[in-house]
Design a protein around this ligand. Structure first.
Ligand SMILES: Nc1ncnc2c1ncn2[C@@H]1O[C@H](COP(=O)(O)OP(=O)(O)O)[C@@H](O)[C@H]1O
Ligand SMILES: [Mg+2]
Length: 261
């Protein structure tokens, strides 16, 4: 199966009347890994939330298309069903729902009624993925994210990604707060997903994850726009020189969004 294409065209997004995204253009195809980097407060998480249909984020202009279908007209669950997945910067805790139950119902939500994943097959897939991610099997029976450490939460997001097999994955700061071992495991999980049928948007503040997961394309976000795009060599330059040279090149003083509005 070949992959899907997510197209973001001239996207403008407001939060409570304040414009945060000011015209983002980005196309992600199956098989491609894109990184969006940028300092804090430049609109990266807003981009992820808007694509997934978070109600706080109002799209005032532009388009989001998945294989030509209008994503903006889809409800949140329809976006997931269309093959979009978001690993959030701050995953929420769900008391009373075990990780295992949550995963199984998420998988079944993507399948037709009467075609639910057989329990044994699910358990086998989950066990294999947990082994791959060096996760403690007891986590499956714990309530989702409740009392999970930062590293456990992030591994759990990758576990979902591996089991749900979305067409397009958006990973928002999946590397934040990870020690080096967890970072390597999370990277291993992301790299395992690389295939023609999977496109990925990796949002990160730092280059360190990108030392393990090599992006095909790198974009830098400032002031609610993508201000620079390039290949993996851009990661190295940002590692060596930071963001100042881009600010100077473009005459940007304050990289964040919204303060002027
Ligand atoms: N839910 C929200 N409510 C109010 N303001 C928000 C919300 N989410 C983001 N913002 C504002 O939007 C701007 C961009 O934030 P964000 O998209 O989180 O940036 P980044 O992920 O690049 O750090 C910031 O000024 C932030 O305060
Ligand atoms: Mg963010």
């Amino acid at each position: 199966m070949s992959g899907s294409t997510l197209e973001i065209k001239d996207l403008h997004v407001e939060i409570e009347g304040k414009e945060i995204l000011k015209g983002v253009n980005l196309t992600i195809k199956g098989g491609e890994f894109h990184a969006v980097m940028g300092p804090n407060g430049t609109g990266k998480s807003t981009l992820a939330s808007a694509v997934m249909g978070h109600p706080t984020y109002e799209v005032t202009k532009g388009e989001i298309l998945m294989d030509g279908e209008n994503v903006l007209e889809m409800e949140v669950d329809e976006r997931a069903k269309a093959g979009l997945f978001l690993a959030m910067q701050y995953p929420s805790e769900i008391s009373g729902v075990t990780t295992s139950d949550f995963l199984r119902s998420s998988i079944n939500a993507h399948r037709e009624e009467g075609d639910e994943i057989p329990l044994m097959k699910f358990i086998k897939e989950m066990d294999e993925a947990m082994d791959y991610l060096d996760m403690d099997k007891n986590m499956a029976q714990r309530y989702l994210n409740e009392g999970f450490s930062g590293g456990e939460k992030k591994r759990n997001e990758i576990l979902q990604l591996m089991l749900l097999k979305p067409q397009i994955g958006i990973l928002d700061e999946i590397d934040s707060g990870l020690d080096i071992d967890a970072l390597k495991v999370v990277s291993k999980g992301i790299n395992k997903l690389r295939s023609e049928s999977f496109g990925c948007l990796i949002i990160t503040h730092y280059q360190r994850l990108l030392n393990y997961v090599t992006p095909d394309y790198v974009h830098v976000m400032m002031q609610g726009r993508i201000v620079k795009s390039g290949g993996p060599e851009l990661v190295e330059r940002l590692e060596d020189q930071g963001y100042d040279w881009i600010k100077q090149e473009l005459g940007i003083e304050d990289v964040t969004v919204g303060k002027d509005a």
